[in-house]
Design a protein around this ligand. Structure first.
Ligand code: 3PY
Length: 245
C-alpha cells in the first residue's frame, strides 16, 4: 500500500502575508493521512522552512539548474535548495518545457542533479492536446520518461513521477479518472521494466485537481497523490484535497 502524497505547486504566486495565511491554515488542519508538501517560489523557501520546521509538512522548489555551480546567471542549484531544507524539487513541468525550451535531456539532467543532492525530484510528464488528438499521447509520455530513466540508472526508484496532461493545466479541464489511470498504469509498467522498486514508487496526477474531482482521481489504483496548481493557493481547497486521499 503506497502512502499518498499531495504536493502544492504554487507557481509564481505568493506574498509574505498570503504565504503566512496559507501555511498556517495547512498546519492547523493536521494531521493528514497522506504526505503533504508545498513547492514554493525560490524567494519564499526560507519562510516556508521556518514556518514548517518541526512539522511533517515538507517543502520544496519548482525547478533547479542541472549544474551545481558556475556562471549561470539567474539559476539555482540543487545544492542551494538542499541548504534550505527542501525535500522535493519539481522538474520538467510543462510550463518550463514550453516557455523555457527544456528538452527531455535537460529535464533528465535536472532530475539527476536533484537526486545527487539527496532531494526527491518530482518529474513531470504529459502530452499536449494535439498529441492526444493525434494518438501519440502514450508515445510522448513514454519518450519523456525514458530520458529520465536512462539518466537516473539504478536510482530510478527514488523519483516521484507526476503525470500532467498539458491540456488539463490551468484550463479547468481535468482528465477523467479512467484517462488518468490508463496513463498511470502505462507509466508504472515502463518503470517496472527499469527498476525493481516500481511498485513502491509514487505516481501523482496533476492538472486541475480540485476538491470536487480529487476523490475520484485518487481512488484509482495507480494514482498515488496529486501535484496541485490553483487549488494549492487556498488552504481550504488544498486541505480538502489532502483529506480526499
Ligand atoms: C496545475 O494543476 O495546473 C498544475 O500545473 C500542477 O502542477
Amino acid at each position: 500500500m503506497r502512502k499518498k502524497l499531495v504536493a502544492g505547486n504554487w507557481k509564481m504566486h505568493g506574498s509574505h502575508s498570503a504565504n503566512a495565511e496559507l501555511l498556517s491554515g495547512i498546519l492547523a488542519a493536521r494531521p493528514f493521512a497522506c504526505d503533504v508538501a508545498v513547492c514554493v517560489p525560490f524567494p519564499y523557501l526560507s519562510e516556508a522552512a521556518v514556518a514548517l520546521a518541526g512539522s511533517d509538512v515538507r517543502w520544496g522548489a519548482q525547478d533547479c539548474s542541472q549544474h551545481d555551480k558556475g556562471a549561470f546567471t539567474g539559476e539555482v542549484s540543487a545544492s542551494m535548495l538542499a541548504e534550505f531544507g527542501c525535500r522535493y524539487v519539481i522538474v520538467g513541468h510543462s510550463e518550463r518545457r514550453a516557455m523555457h525550451g527544456e528538452t527531455d535531456a535537460v529535464v533528465a539532467e535536472k532530475a539527476k542533479a536533484v537526486l545527487a543532492r539527496g532531494l526527491t525530484p518530482i518529474v513531470c510528464v504529459g502530452e499536449t492536446l494535439g498529441q492526444r488528438e493525434q494518438g501519440t499521447a502514450q508515445d510522448t509520455v513514454k519518450r519523456q520518461l525514458s530520458a529520465v530513466i536512462h539518466a537516473l540508472g539504478h536510482c530510478v526508484g527514488e523519483m516521484v513521477v507526476a503525470y500532467e496532461p498539458v491540456w488539463a493545466i490551468g484550463t479547468g479541464v481535468v482528465a477523467t479518472p479512467e484517462q488518468a489511470q490508463e496513463m498511470h498504469a502505462l507509466i508504472r509498467a515502463q518503470l517496472h521494466a527499469a527498476t525493481p522498486h516500481a511498485e513502491a514508487m509514487k505516481l501523482l496526477y496533476g492538472g486541475s485537481m480540485k476538491p470536487e474531482n480529487a476523490a475520484s482521481l485518487l481512488a484509482q489504483q495507480d494514482i498515488d497523490g496529486g501535484l496541485i496548481g490553483g487549488a494549492a493557493l487556498k488552504h481550504a481547497d488544498f486541505v480538502a484535497i489532502c483529506r480526499a486521499t
